[in-house]
Design a protein around this ligand. Structure first.
Ligand code: RB5
Length: 151
């Protein structure tokens, strides 16, 4: 799978650990940094880079990590076609894909430990949208809300 990963200084060095894990599992990684946790930077820049990689079809899914995961999640969900899930547990991680067809996982490096974060990543990456009618119906409604911006 092609996976984009971006993290601000608050998400470092968890991003490096996630990348290492996913590369070892055979995934193709688009690494947007940061590679230096000592330089203060801005989570929207990473959310934009990962979100645009989703939008232009360069990757299948994305992962954005900041301190809490909240800012990354808010910013990512501003991009059309991006459905970002902030997860602190494995159930939400796989259900966000299975039911909500989420294409971006957000993590809070200051909130979850490394091992839990890796299990969340595995659950998200492994899961697939079930395509059931009820989920498609709800997603169509989500898309209608997104399109309201144009009216
Ligand atoms: C950076 O200090 C922190 O605010 C950011 O990583 C994130 O937690 C925002 O939601």
């Amino acid at each position: 799978m092609r996976i984009a990963i971006g993290a601000d200084h608050g998400g470092f060095p968890l991003n490096e650990r996630v990348i290492e894990e996913l590369r070892a599992a055979g995934h193709e990684i688009e690494d947007f940094g940061t590679h230096d946790g000592n330089v203060p930077d801005d989570y929207p820049d990473y959310a934009l880079a990962v979100g645009q990689a989703i939008q232009n079809g360069k990757v299948d899914i994305g992962i954005i990590i900041c301190g809490s995961g909240v800012g990354a999640n808010v910013a990512a969900n501003k991009l059309r076609g991006v459905r970002a899930a902030l997860c602190g547990d494995t159930y939400s991680a796989h259900q966000s894909r299975e039911h909500d067809d989420c294409n971006v996982l957000c993590l809070g490096a200051r909130v979850v430990g490394v091992e839990l974060a890796l299990e969340i990543v595995r659950a998200f990456v492994r899961a697939r949208f079930t395509g059931e009618e009820r989920h498609r119906r709800r997603l169509a409604k989500v898309n209608e809300i997104e399109m309201m911006d144009d009216e």
